[in-house]
Design a protein around this ligand. Structure first.
Ligand code: GUN
Length: 289
């Protein structure tokens, strides 16, 4: 192991502490807590874990948490009505509808119904457009968390070659936009990319966000590169019946070559909720300005 570990868990704790201080200041000034509403439709176990964790961390940061748990059979119209009531509620600064939604509900329609001013996930086309043209808006939490870790480690990113593996609306595309704004030379690779190992080998910064366990190998990494692993994949563990979490990067191989790398767990994962709380507080201050 030659790479330095990028401790996302510690960074996220620091960010949550700063958010908590500013949340207390907001409450003193506005006479109310900043509020985050989380909407969960159905009983997906992974989503239930995330939603519980978001609620706990929201309260721990001194903000109000509003949870709306709806049955899996909820109609699209009923879900849209809940979103509209949250749009109109002055106690709610941020709205997050947990994805994925059940198949009978059109996700894009739901996202389009969230007020762009309360879209703390940054998924609304208005916020995606603002990011694309460099206007202030809400940036999706996971890529913004990755950027914070990169800047903390590397400082100025200008002129660096960055390869983003994955082109999702939630991570890959906004990550590429953020890196372009930092004056990186950005390549977005995906499942149809030819000679992926060769493409990755050019990169000073590698962002892996494909959802395929340990796909990125150590010999794909340029010596000294910074590797950000967004993947959270559950795979069979050493003991029968046990599972373990791995990233999209072969950690053992890559950490022998990279300059710095995020572990899984404890790297990017904890950043997402910390940034969500930050975005909610930003929204609260904007609403009261
Ligand atoms: N499902 C998995 N990650 C996320 C996220 O960041 N936001 C929402 N709304 N749903 C998710």
């Amino acid at each position: 192991m030659t790479a330095q570990l990028i401790d996302g868990k510690a960074f996220a704790e620091g960010l949550r502490e700063r958010v908590a201080e500013l949340a207390a200041a907001f409450e003193a000034k506005a006479g109310r807590k900043a509020g985050l509403a989380v909407v969960l439709v159905g009983e997906d176990p992974a989503s239930q874990v995330y939603v519980r964790s978001k609620g706990k961390q929201t309260v721990a940061a001194g903000m109000a948490s509003f949870e709306h748990k709806l049955p899996a059979e909820t109609s699209e119209a009923d879900l849209l009505a809940v979103v509209e009531s949250l749009n109109a509620d002055p106690a709610v600064d941020g709205i997050l509808v947990q994805l994925p939604l059940p198949k009978h509900i059109d996700e894009q329609k739901v996202i389009a119904t969230i007020s762009p001013d309360k879209d703390v996930d940054g998924f609304h086309v208005v916020n995606a457009g603002r990011l694309a043209v460099g206007l202030p808006g809400y940036v999706p939490c996971t890529p913004l968390g990755c950027l914070m870790l990169l800047k903390d480690k590397l400082g100025d990113l200008s002129g660096l070659d960055a390869v983003v593996i994955g082109r999702s609306n939630i991570v890959g595309k906004p990550m590429a936009q953020l890196l372009i704004a930092e004056s990186c030379t950005v390549t977005v690779a995906h499942s149809r990319t030819k000679n992926l190992p060769e493409v990755v080998r050019r990169a000073d910064i590698v962002i892996a966000a494909v959802g395929r366990p340990e796909m990125v190998k150590g010999d794909w990494i340029k010596p000294g590169a910074t590797v950000i692993d967004v993947g959270i994949n559950r795979v069979p563990g050493a003991e029968e019946g046990k599972t373990r979490l791995v990233g999209d990067v072969d950690f053992a191989g890559a950490s022998a070559v990279a300059g710095a790398i995020t572990p899984v767990p404890g790297g990017v994962g904890p950043m997402t909720i910390a940034v969500l709380l930050r975005n909610t507080l930003v929204s609260a201050y904007r609403a009261s300005a």
